[in-house]
Ligand binder design. Structure first.
Ligand SMILES: [Zn+2]
Length: 407
């Protein structure tokens, strides 16, 4: 048991490397720029050539991943500017394309493929007009070699983090509350998009407001991202663990296809949640990780899951109270809530077994009224104050219980 716990902690510590790097730098100071005029996808269903025009040569690595089959290209600091990847689709066998900042100092392109391929060529022309050229050819499933080269990708070249001691004790009111704020999505995962804006940008703006309000109220706040960069779901939880968080709040404003969803919603983890709409949201969040090229291998350790379930059983009543108090505070502030203001959902980011965690949908990007509210600085201020009130009310009751249990 102890050894399994140690493994869990080590897995967490090793994941911290992304977080530390993400916080050590502020933003990308891109050296190379994409040249959209010299960027093309050509070919047919069997053979595809992807040409990426660059302002200057840069280190890069191309490799394949499976489920779904996709090509991943990691670049050292490439600024894609305002070019929209959708504009480059049409010819060749690329079903979908996305790109953007991945980790500070690293950018990534992910091309979804209709089936197995081989990389027949991946070269960089460095004279005159620098360009990366990648040739793909359809292949038999037997010849498909996912992850070839992935071990040397950007993720594995990051420096080792400083080790942290996550020996947090349950908060009892004797020290400031540590809150981890998690603005959803970011970088090459924009989240929901509508009317020229993205969920990733809106929730980051809100998170900054909320951080200020929480700090003013005497809390300690850590952000899982403070820039528009991609952060894998696991890393978001690792940041919470490494900071010894008392509380984890993930902030989103997703879109629902039905288009009728409106108002703020508070979600807590429920592995058995069966509501179709929230199931779809959960799948979309996980899929964003997958499509961003995160290697999800080795996350299915059954023993670890049993341990996590045991720890979660202790935390769950605290999380349930948090969800109710939070929804009550938002409603008391006169803010419009969804007709089911508290819901359970199978969101991966809420799986920390020992940290009360909520995902707050501030509103839905698919609703114009919600979008307008999110863009309104006064509304954001009001919502931030409501969340501060919810946190403070919960923390008082939770601290009282902790003191009682200790007697
Ligand atoms: Zn979201």
């Amino acid at each position: 048991m102890i050894r399994q716990l140690q493994r869990l902690i080590w897995a967490a510590v090793s994941l911290l490397m992304f977080a530390v790097c993400a916080q050590a730098q502020t933003g990308l100071s891109a050296l190379a720029q994409l040249d959209p005029a010299r960027t093309t996808i050509t070919g047919n269903a069997e053979r595809t050539q992807i040409s990426i025009g660059l302002s200057q040569p840069i280190p890069f690595k191309a490799y394949l991943l499976d489920n779904p089959p996709r090509l991943v290209v990691d670049f050292r600091e490439l600024d894609f500017g305002n070019a929209n990847p959708k504009d480059f689709l049409g010819q060749g066998g690329v079903a979908a394309l996305r790109w953007g900042p991945f980790q500070p100092g690293w950018s990534r392109l992910v091309a979804e493929l209709p089936g197995p391929v081989t990389i027949t060529q991946a070269v960089q022309l460095t004279q005159d007009q620098p360009q990366i050229r990648i040739d793909l050819a359809t292949a038999d499933p037997a010849d498909f070699m996912p992850r070839a080269g992935a071990a040397h990708s950007a993720l594995h070249n990051l420096p080792q983090p400083a080790q942290t001691d996550p020996s947090a004790t349950r908060q009892d009111g004797s020290r400031p509350l540590r809150i981890v704020l998690d603005p959803g999505h970011g970088g090459l995962d924009p989240g929901a998009e509508a009317a020229g804006t993205s969920e990733a940008v809106l929730v980051l703006t809100f998170a900054r407001d909320l951080k200020e309000a929480l700090t003013r109220a005497g809390n300690e706040v850590v952000m899982t991202r403070s820039e528009n960069v991609f952060v894998p779901l696991e890393t978001r939880m690792t940041v919470a663990r490494a900071s010894g968080a008392d509380l984890f709040l993930s902030l989103h404003a997703d879109a629902l296809e039905s288009g009728i969803a409106t108002g703020a919603t508070v979600y807590l983890f429920d592995g058995n949640a069966s509501d179709a709409a929230s199931q779809k949201l959960a799948e979309r969040h996980d899929r964003a990780d997958l499509l961003a090229g995160v290697d999800l291998e080795g996350q299915g350790d059954r023993v670890a899951h049993v341990l996590m379930d045991l720890a979660r059983a202790e935390t769950q009543p605290r999380t349930v109270r948090l969800s109710q108090v939070m929804a009550g505070a938002i409603r008391s502030a006169g803010i419009k809530m969804h007709k089911h203001p508290v819901q359970g959902a199978n969101f991966s980011v809420l799986r920390s077994p020992d940290i009360p965690s909520l995902l707050i949908e501030l509103g839905f990007m698919s609703s114009k009224a919600d979008r307008d509210r999110l863009l309104d600085a006064d509304w954001r201020k009001q919502m931030a104050q409501a969340i501060v009130a919810g946190v403070q009310a919960w923390a008082q009751g939770d601290a009282a219980e902790a003191r009682l249990l200790r007697q």
